[in-house]
Design a binder for this molecule. Sequence first.
Ligand code: CTP
Length: 403
Amino acid sequence: MLEGKKIILGITGSIAAYKAAFLLRLLIKEGAEVQVIITPAGKEFITPVTLSALSNRPVLGAFFENRDGTWHSHVDLGLWADAFVIAPATANTMGKMVTGICDNLLVTTYLSARCPVFIAPAMDLDMFQHPSTIQNIKTLQEWGCHVIEPGTGALASGLSGKGRMEEPEVIVEKLKTFFSDSIKKKTLTGKRVMVTAGPTYESIDPVRFIGNYSSGKMGFAIVEELAARGAQVDLIAGPVHVELSGSVLINRVDVKSARQMYEACCNSFPYCDAAIMAAAVSDYAPAGYHTSKIKRSGENLRIELVANPDIAKEMGQMKRDGQILAGFALETDNEEANAGKKLISKNLDFIVLNSLAQAGAGFMTDTNRITILNRENKKEEFALKSKRDVAVDIVDYLEKLMI
Ligand code: CTP
């Protein structure tokens, strides 16, 4: 999948540098050409001999390797590469990248690189949580760097995530996804699609709310897939902890409550060709908001709830000819019958049913198993897949109706 891709692997001075050898081997196995650049501190953790044997190329560590007048051009390197992957990236290197301190070949190459840059930070937890590191990571992301932080890979290996370098297998997967997205046919260029995602929080008092377990992962995967195909996406997101890849086609509006989500949708939907309502919206909100924290009293507490707008239904009423509206149904019983009813009552064009009864499907997982129902009462069932692949199926389905 990475056949012929030219990758610079930047290695800095962290104990995780040993993992870079595994990463390098995996990249080579996938067919990539890899040029290693190592910092002086990086050499303290792993020897260039190991790396040059694995990459079949000399490892670059300094501007002037031979003291014979020849030197390594950081500009040429930056132009040669299809991607620059810095793994592990120390707090020190990220700090230099942000401030432009070019005292080694690695940071200098970063400053002249025109290719996408991926960074896998590695450091101890205290350094990782320092405001300086947090700010530097944020800045690098704003500048378009893809920061790969430990997520499922590190957690799957049984060790706590934060500060550890992401596992080499996961880094390779991210690169493969990135390259496959970049060659995706831009079949939705010129289309604008609204997506709602995540839960909503309905405030009770300054410290409490009514919410749900929605992670937002399904909606965010749909957003990424739409953008990868060239669509402009209005993402209306409830409170979630999911990051976006940083596509310029995605316009993210963060909201908290169902009412705020409704208002954001009213502002966006009229300008869209389609909408996918993937948010888990709270159907009710507390009737009144307590401006100060509710104190414990001896007695039971009652909170009166009032109905929230049904956003999908409201969009169904606003829908113009030619606009496509899709919703989700999360059901525990009489799944298809209930989903079919929602499809009609909300005036949807299709509904994606995910069943909580299915293992691997639903809120807290990375996988999902869906059935799509349409207005002609036709249903299409899909196998258990990653949410990313489910997003591909959903966007395929939508695309057929739009083109
Ligand atoms: N939805 C919405 N606004 C709401 C409730 C739901 O936009 N206030 C949308 C969801 O995003 C989803 C679809 O409607 O696309 C169905 O959501 P679901 O919670 O399954 O259905 P409800 O209509 O809330 O019905 P119930 O909770 O009674 O099953």
